[in-house]
Design a protein around this ligand. Structure first.
Ligand SMILES: Cc1ncc(COP(=O)(O)O)c(C=O)c1O
Length: 414
């Protein structure tokens, strides 16, 4: 963690973009990550215990033995062609046909979000996101100072009916893009239904708008049938972001963009000044890992683990959370979104939870305007089942205490 700074003698030097940047609360919460006594519901960490270790070592060994000089050299800014071909096979598993020529390898999909923000947003431009949305996307976008319109989500994902109304209001200044996380949403855990995907594409095509489809979790489905990505329905109006962070490892930092060639070209030019290229070593590892069929193997190991962790979290929430609280029931991914009575402020409640040795991310972190203050994101992929049961029990205790306090002060009726 960076040290806390109370006075900054360099503040007059910073660019406007740097001044618009918000530090992610998740980064701030990392200070509790080293504490073994706290049940960590706040992280977004995939479980890497399930990775096939012998194979991981064997793949790395083979990369170093057979391609050492290439692995340790600079690479092409656009990324390695054989990796892009391998990633096309992964996308095909979800029903999306991609072409290596229309792809850019990025250093995690977080880099793609940053590059997109910089090639598309001028200060004051309108953009549309879901509310809540991924905090890292908000950080990347708000650095460019856009006006963000948020569209609520329900169990079927973005309320596309409300999107139309918002777009009508933005008629004079149409948004630069609509950012959507279609599968097992971070933080809401919900999935955009088939029919809403169709409607969203129709809207984008009719109004000639760009959709950014961010899909880190699509392969992490442990129930129900996969739904075709939005990009499979419209290549002209959609930019697709993928990442290996949740299905292989976040440490290798391999992500990608599939987009119309002019957009890929702009992103690549900007990537050149950002980091020249993503590390060849990671790319070659990823390439061989995918080609040996290990993503599928890892998924088969992970899914039952995540499914039972989710089940423990859902049944513990049922047992320990008081009435008036609701939560989503994800069919894949890593997160559950909990909504408490409207008068509770989960950011204010967080220190009490930490005292009780359980952490979460306050809901307001996932909105540009600090709404969602009575909500929280819980991660179920990282803590073990016993920890989840203990953590939710502790959380229930904190919430009940908070509700009783408001009740005794008569503030629950405001
Ligand atoms: C929706 C979403 N997009 C992008 C990312 C960034 O992933 P990475 O940079 O590790 O590929 C995350 C990470 O949690 C995410 O949840």
């Amino acid at each position: 963690m960076p040290p806390e700074i109370s006075f900054d003698p360099y503040s007059s030097l910073y660019s406007e973009a740097a001044q618009h940047m918000r530090s992610s609360e998740i980064r701030d919460l990392m200070s509790t990550a080293g504490r073994k006594d706290i049940v960590p519901f706040s992280g977004g960490l995939p479980s890497i215990e399930g990775l096939p270790k012998t194979e991981v070592i064997s793949v790395m060994d083979s990369v170093l033995k057979n391609g050492l000089s290439e692995a340790l050299q600079y690479g092409e800014t656009e990324g390695r062609y054989p990796l892009k071909s391998a990633l096309c096979k992964l996308m095909a598993r979800e029903g999306l046909k991609g072409e290596p020529e229309h792809m850019l390898i990025t250093t995690g999909s977080q880099q793609a979000l940053d590059l997109i923000s910089r090639i598309l947003i001028n200060p004051g431009d309108a953009i549309v996101t879901e509310g809540p949305t991924y905090v890292g996307a908000l950080c990347a976008f708000t650095a460019a100072a856009p006006r963000v319109t948020t569209i609520p989500v329900d169990e079927e994902g973005m309320r596309v009916d409300l999107l139309e109304e918002s777009l009508d209001r933005l008629q004079d200044t149409p948004p630069k893009f609509i950012y959507v996380i279609p599968n097992f949403h971070n933080p809401a855990g919900v999935t955009l239904s088939q029919s809403r995907r169709g409607k969203l594409v129709n809207i984008a095509e009719e109004r000639d708008l760009l959709i950014i489809e961010d899909n880190p979790y699509g392969l992490l489905r442990f129930e129900g049938n996969p739904i075709e990505p939005i990009t499979a329905r419209s290549r002209k109006n959609v930019v697709y972001l993928g990442t290996l962070s949740k299905v292989v490892s976040p440490g290798i930092r391999v992500g990608w963009v599939l987009a119309p060639p002019p957009i890929i070209e702009r992103l690549a030019t900007l990537k050149q000044s950002a980091d020249l290229c993503s590390p060849n070593l990671s790319q070659m590892f990823a390439e061989e890992y995918i080609n040996r069929g290990l993503v599928e193997k890892n998924m088969e190991n992970l899914k039952p683990v995540y499914r039972s962790r989710r089940d423990v979290m859902l049944s513990s929430l049922e047992e320990h959370l008081p009435s008036g609280c609701t939560w989503t029931k994800p069919r894949g991914g890593l997160f559950i979104w909990v909504t408490l009575p409207p008068y509770i402020d989960t950011r204010k409640m967080l220190p009490l939870a930490i005292e009780e040795k359980v952490s979460y991310v306050p809901g307001s972190a996932f909105f540009p305007d600090e709404s969602g203050s009575n909500c929280m994101r819980l991660n179920f992929s990282y803590p073990a089942e016993e920890q989840i049961a203990t953590g939710v029990k502790r959380l229930g205790k904190v919430i009940k205490k908070e509700i009783n306090l408001y009740h005794s002060l008569g503030l629950d009726r405001e």
